[in-house]
Design a protein around this ligand. Structure first.
Ligand code: CP3
Length: 341
């Protein structure tokens, strides 16, 4: 039913002529057409207006024709739906005026009916599907419970997320209660996204790498795995844990269809740690897109050679940066399409 199903075939572990490619944060500030809409509408208006979310989702598709689209939205719409106020401040990023710091704060957080409170995302999916005309698959996503917890407790981005970690280590019962509420909401939300038409889901654990391997199991992975268990019967699940190479073995034994890796882990090591059989996604250093185009192309070819063309989805190791020239992003995609020619 999807005309270009290369991405879904890679998730199935099928043999392909070349690996599929998409870029994390492919709808973003490096695109002039994105900046034009950004001048007109604030961040959460863009997320909450289905027409705008759909239009922004297809902007990078029109320009580069990657093998998958990812819905324009944000991981922080989930805590918003749970009664936690989230603002997006210019040159600060996410800002939560009333961070969660006590058991009483946790008690006030509720598990919403996701279909109702995040209905605008579901409508955005339906409108995006119309624009995509089944040319390529659409990816839905959510933050990992731990990564959402980090923002909910810290109240903003952080280099170390020490307040979030401190909350876990001083009040583990309240921390686990909040993590479970986020998990329950996320499962409900991702199931609704699948029902609305997404073809796969990705869980972003952007701050999992802040935890030690032991703490990762307790505060992040056990919750991600609940989501994987709940969603795997319905769709393909990709888990991307930034800095989480140490958990690849555990992840590789789960029901996830693919694992995302960042650029600090070599392809060989990622294959070894994940058990050698699961599809991997990544892991071009986003800053490497600043290199001259011939260098980008040579490095992409080498990366595919090292991961192997099968059971592999080409991507960046994290989101694309705002200062990447668009021709360089284009060269990245092109290099994958030229692979094997
Ligand atoms: O990949 C895509 O193209 C889909 C869109 C997408 C956005 N956020 C749009 C966005 C996705 C998948 C996300 C996920 C997200 N949001 C993550 C996980 C992935 C990652 O990068 O680690 C996180 C941690 C967030 C929280 C968040 N949202 C931060 C920290 C920021 C500010 C930093 C920044 O890059 O500006 C945002 C804002 C945001 N989300 C922007 C975009 C395009 C930029 C702000 C803007 O457009 O005004």
């Amino acid at each position: 039913m999807i005309k270009n199903d290369l991405f879904l075939r890679a998730l199935n572990g099928e043999t392909v002529n070349r690996p599929p490619v998409w870029m994390m944060r492919q709808a973003g500030r490096y695109l002039p057409e994105f900046m034009a809409l950004r001048d007109k509408y604030d961040f959460f208006t863009r997320c909450q207006t289905p027409e705008l979310a759909a239009e922004i989702t297809v902007q990078p598709i029109r320009r580069f024709a990657p093998d998958a689209a990812i819905l324009f939205s944000d991981i922080l719409v989930v805590p918003q739906a749970m009664g936690i106020e989230v603002l997006m401040k210019e040159s600060v990023g996410p800002f939560l005026p009333n961070p969660i710091r006590t058991q009483a704060d946790v008690d006030r957080v509720f598990v919403p009916d996701a279909t109702e409170s995040l209905g605008y995302v579901l409508e955005g999916i339906k409108q995006t599907k119309v624009l995509l005309q089944d040319e390529i698959p659409l990816i839905g996503f959510a933050g990992s419970p731990w990564t959402i917890f980090c923002y909910a407790v810290e109240g903003r981005g952080s280099k170390s997320f020490d307040q979030a970690k401190g909350f876990c280590f001083t009040n583990p019962a309240a921390a686990h209660e909040l993590l479970q509420k986020i998990t329950d909401t996320t499962i409900d939300y991702l199931k609704a996204k699948v029902a609305a038409g997404v073809n796969a889901v990705q869980i972003f654990d952007s701050w999992g790498g802040m935890l030690s391997p032991t703490d990762y199991q307790e505060f992040s992975w056990q919750y991600i795995n609940q989501i994987v268990e709940a969603l795997a019967p319905l769709t393909k699940v990709i888990v991307f844990g930034k800095g989480c190479w140490f958990a690849l073995q555990e992840m590789g034994r789960s029901k996830a269809s693919a694992l995302g890796v960042d650029w600090t882990c070599s392809p060989r090591n990622a294959r070894y740690l994940s058990g050698g059989n699961i599809t991997l996604q990544g892991n071009f250093d986003p800053s490497r897109l600043l290199s001259p185009i011939p260098t980008i192309k040579a490095m992409v070819k080498q990366m595919i050679d090292e991961f192997g063309k099968d059971k592999y989805i080409v991507n960046l190791g994290h989101g694309i940066l705002p200062n990447i020239p668009i021709e360089h992003a284009g060269a990245f995609i092109e290099a994958v399409k030229e692979y094997g020619n």
